[in-house]
Design a protein around this ligand. Structure first.
Ligand SMILES: Cc1cc2nc3c(=O)[nH]c(=O)nc-3n(C[C@H](O)[C@H](O)[C@H](O)COP(=O)(O)O)c2cc1C
Length: 180
């Protein structure tokens, strides 16, 4: 018997998963905002670009992201006692690309940042930032789900989000009447 959404908890159903190529192509159609997750780990800043960021709960205030279990940045992030979410603005595509690149010092100039209230790096000129304490982490497939309790948040430039769609960065354009 097939599990329902309500009673399914974990596990896989061999032979029922969609082909990887079709999966990737379909997900590429889903436009998303872009964030950089940052933390201060043993005195060294660490961070990576993510589109898997999401709000989770209002009470308590929770957000989440997924990180690849093969990520070499995750061990640094996971050693920190808190992290920051930097929500990128439309003119920060280069910054997003930089925080996805291996073999570079992502925090060296031209990256501009400062330590946040608890120490995690806050990137300059972002749309907004959140500071989070670890709340829950779970292995889900080949990724880790990381849930954070938001302890601080600030909006700086609300109107110009950076978006990611079909492998490219872009901007949001509102419909003239705000609806369709
Ligand atoms: C637009 C974009 C979105 C990404 N989103 C995620 C994500 O949600 N989770 C993740 O683990 N990696 C994501 N990545 C990959 C990481 O930013 C980065 O490339 C990877 O962490 C680099 O490997 P490292 O962790 O070994 O340094 C994304 C990359 C790009 C360009």
């Amino acid at each position: 018997m097939t599990d329902t959404l309500a009673d399914r908890t974990t596990g896989d159903l061999p032979g029922t998963a969609v082909a990887a190529d079709r999966f990737r192509k379909t997900l590429a159609v889903h436009a998303s905002g872009v964030v950089v997750i940052t933390a201060q780990s043993g005195g060294t800043p660490a961070g990576l670009t993510a589109t898997s960021f999401s709000s989770v709960s209002l009470e308590p205030p929770l957000v989440s992201f997924y990180v690849d279990r093969a990520s070499t940045t995750w061990p640094q992030l996971s050693a920190a006692d808190h992290f920051a979410v930097n929500i990128l603005a439309s003119d920060q595509a280069d910054l997003a690309a930089r925080f996805a690149r291996k073999g570079v010092d992502r925090f060296a100039p031209p990256t501009r940042w400062r330590p946040g209230p608890l120490g995690a790096p806050l990137l300059d000129d972002v749309s907004a930032h959140l500071v989070c304490l670890p709340y829950e982490t779970a292995v889900v497939g080949d990724h880790l789900l990381v849930v954070g309790l938001v302890t601080d948040a600030g909006v700086h430039h609300p109107g110009r989000p950076l978006l990611y769609h079909q492998g490219r960065f872009g901007r949001f354009l509102a419909h003239p009447d705000g609806r369709s």
